[in-house]
Design a protein around this ligand. Structure first.
Ligand code: UDP
Length: 404
């Protein structure tokens, strides 16, 4: 199949770990690469955010990234991109007219909106993966939600227009149903993890030396909803334990906030910020932990728990979103109520006191990843969703016009 992935703000070429670059960037890159491995022809369409970017980049993984001019050719926060989406949709339509893909798969609500416009113009089957839902964000963040007010309405419209909605977990299916999206057009395909890179086997990559007997690692973009503050509070009652908060940079407001909190609860000397960690160094860092902690207020999917499980490390996680599917409570990790530092600390104390429990949960995590979450499996399930979309809307004129 000829597949067009649209990811307006999350370029697969970006360095991840900053405020607006995280799981979606990783997902689009890995999905594109795995689809190529299975014989599909894949292009990724993303906004041009650097004047020096070439119009087309052919990646080593075998897919092409096509930059779509829309708004200033510089970085913009994703919540400021909506006014530039009509230009993005026009540029995308021109690129897709030349490529004649079999299916268009929009990632995130704005890409899905632009993909829909292009797919309408060219009569193409379209799919959407939301990665995050505006209704959920609004519920949890209230007035702090900086998404454009149009977001919720657009999500419903694109979900209804999609030939298939690809949800990443069962919690998202429940949310989509609450929004009124027909369940029969929703397919669950989880995100994946590269189980050949994220492994329990040491690879010699240096990690920061331990300063305490126990090490906890938590990873994510430096935003409050990732719940790092909950972990810092839990740390205060865990003796001889250090916490590495991975992602973000010096000067991030969230880091300042965590440092203030750590000083207040007297754990500043046990809290470390290794900063943004390149993809290649992440497995070693996760492996260096006794437990990987994920304590978000909410989490649409959560790649980090999968990465930890693939490394054979137990996960202690808030029982929210994608982790309700991925982390088996008492099987591959421990689930605790969200935003509850006391419950989190209790679970961590239990785990840190029993290394054999950690080893058992870690081994089961690796097994669960191999069974459910490898990229070849995820890409094959995604291709099945593409086939279902094509069946629903057979292409009238499937001949390619010309290659871009
Ligand atoms: N990540 C990384 N380096 C960092 C911080 C994060 O490579 O410094 C990666 C992390 O390993 C994971 C992704 O960014 O693959 C974050 O995805 P997740 O689904 O956990 O959160 P999101 O960013 O999508 O909210």
């Amino acid at each position: 199949m000829r597949v067009a992935l649209v990811s307006e703000h999350a370029s697969p070429l970006a360095v991840v770990g900053a405020v607006d670059a995280g799981g979606q960037n990783v997902h689009v890159d890995a999905l594109a690469a795995a689809l190529v491995q299975q014989g599909h022809d894949v292009t990724v369409h993303t906004r041009r955010d650097d004047p020096d970017q070439p119009a087309r980049v052919d990646t080593d993984a075998g897919y092409a990234v096509l930059h779509v001019p829309a708004g200033p050719a510089g970085p913009l926060p994703k919540d400021d991109l909506w006014p530039h989406m009509p230009a993005f949709a026009d540029g995308l339509t021109a690129q897709l007219a030349a490529l004649a893909p079999d299916v268009v798969h929009g990632h995130f609500w704005m890409s899905a909106w632009a993909a829909d416009r292009a797919a309408d113009a060219l009569d193409l089957p379209r799919l959407v993966t939301f990665h995050a839902l505006g209704t959920v964000k609004r519920r949890h963040q209230g007035p702090a939600d900086t998404s454009p007010p149009e977001r919720v309405g657009v999500e419903l419209a694109v979900a209804r227009a999609a030939d298939r909605v690809v949800a990443t977990c069962s919690d998202e299916v429940r949310e989509l149903r609450r929004m009124g999206v027909p369940a029969e057009r929703t397919t669950v395909v989880p995100c994946g993890v590269d189980a050949t890179r994220f492994t329990p086997v040491e690879d010699g990559t240096p990690v920061p030396p331990r300063t305490r007997r126990h090490r906890l690692v938590t990873v994510g973009r430096p935003v409050p909803r990732k719940g790092f503050a909950v972990v810092v509070e839990a740390l205060a009652t865990l003796p001889d334990t250090e916490l590495l908060v991975v992602g973000g940079a010096t000067g991030d407001p969230e880091r300042d906030r965590l440092q203030e909190l750590a000083a207040r609860v007297r754990v500043a000397d046990r809290l470390h910020f290794p900063g943004q960690v390149p993809r290649a160094a992440m497995p070693a860092l996760l492996r260096s932990a006794d437990a990987v902690v994920c304590a978000p207020w909410y989490e649409p999917f959560g790649l980090v728990p999968l990465e930890a499980m693939a490394c054979g490390v137990p996960v202690v996680s808030a029982a929210v979103g994608g982790m309700l599917d991925s982390v088996g409570d008492g099987v591959t990790g421990l689930l605790v109520p969200p935003q509850d530092p006391v419950a989190l600390a209790a679970a961590l104390r239990r785990l840190l006191a029993a290394p054999e429990l950690g080893a058992r949960l870690g081994a089961a995590g690796r097994a669960r990843v191999l069974e459910r979450y490898t990229w070849p499996r995820v890409a094959a399930a995604t291709a099945d969703a593409y086939a279902a979309a094509l069946e629903r809307r057979p292409r009238a004129a499937a001949q390619p016009l010309r290659r871009a």
